[in-house]
Ligand binder design. Structure first.
Ligand code: C5P
Length: 288
């Protein structure tokens, strides 16, 4: 039986502004999302009996609620409604992107599942149909289905493609998982940052704006504050998403590697040097 392998890259939020809140509680954001080459891997073997099984690679996680399984079920439901036969699949996830890290790992896994199974099951969903389906799984999922770096607005569904220059980063995980709803739900989160236009950051994108979620996360998780302080010695350190990961842009690969090698022993921190991606590695499988 052939096993197919599909990457699921992480993202960094170069800045993340909270500019308002919808009546349903979701926050209106403005952010630049950048794909990086830290990636999970989804392996898929087609079955013959239509069943779907997931080996999530994560002990103690209920596979039925895993975003990969939920993505597969959405496609299965789509096929059933249209009377399209599906082969089923054995799905296996190899995690490298930390969970609760603000790097979009779960959302990227879900997006990769939608792209890969749409392709392997030959369902013929277009990119925009997959993006609508993906939004039901999480606000960050449509970004990964766009296939390129983007200015992201709304709750994550309004996407304007961008082509920022290539960059190297150090990404540091301070060893705590930050629950996204806790950060967005904090009473002291500022939700009124002034709306910006793309022309505001057309030069100096990498130092533009801030992450409005950062102050809340630093207060709730001193480990995040400590990681920011340490990484700040080497560059402009910021948090990605709702944390816990922090990152800083480096001049080149060797500078990034040098910082990773200096992470204090015994700190419990995990660090990576990674490079931006201009496009999603599976962009070629998206049907316009
Ligand atoms: O959509 P996702 O599952 O990634 O979001 C997790 C939680 O983060 C939501 O339940 C919500 O509390 C919060 N959130 C938000 N506004 C957004 C994105 C997420 O309030 N734009």
């Amino acid at each position: 039986m052939t096993t197919h392998h599909f990457p699921a890259p992480a993202k960094l939020n170069l800045f993340l502004h909270v500019i308002g809140q919808r009546n349903d509680g979701y926050h209106l954001l403005q952010s630049v999302f950048m794909l990086v080459d830290l990636q999970d891997q989804l392996s898929i073997s087609l079955r013959e009996d239509g069943a779907i099984h997931l080996n999530s690679g994560i002990a103690g996680v209920d596979t039925s609620t895993n975003l990969v399984m939920r993505a597969a079920r959405l496609l299965e439901q789509f096929a059933l409604e249209r009377g399209l036969p599906i082969a089923g699949a054995d799905l296996s996830l190899e995690k490298h992107i930390p969970m609760g890290g603000g790097l979009g790992g779960g959302s990227s896994d879900a997006a990769t599942t939608l792209i890969a199974l749409n392709h392997l099951w030959q369902l013929g969903l277009t990119q925009s149909e997959l993006m609508q389906m993906g939004l039901r799984l999480g606000a960050d999922v449509p970004f990964f289905l766009l296939g390129q770096n983007a200015f992201v607005e709304g709750i994550g569904e309004q996407l304007t493609p961008l082509n920022p220059e290539d960059a190297w980063f150090v990404v540091l995980h301070p060893g705590v998982a930050v629950p996204t709803p806790l950060i967005f739900g904090a009473p002291h989160l500022t939700r009124d940052t002034k709306s910006v236009k793309m022309s505001d950051f057309s030069s100096g994108l990498f130092s533009f704006g801030r992450n409005d979620l950062q102050a809340v996360a630093e207060k709730a998780f001193p480990e995040v504050a400590a990681a920011l302080q340490w990484l700040g010695k080497f560059g402009d350190a910021r948090m990605s998403g709702s944390g816990a990961c922090v990152f800083a842009r480096m001049s080149d690969q060797s500078a990034a590697q040098a910082v990773v090698s200096q992470v204090p022993a015994g700190s419990g921190w995990q660090a990576w040097h990674c490079q931006s991606l201009q496009s999603h590695p599976l962009a070629g499988l998206l049907e316009k």
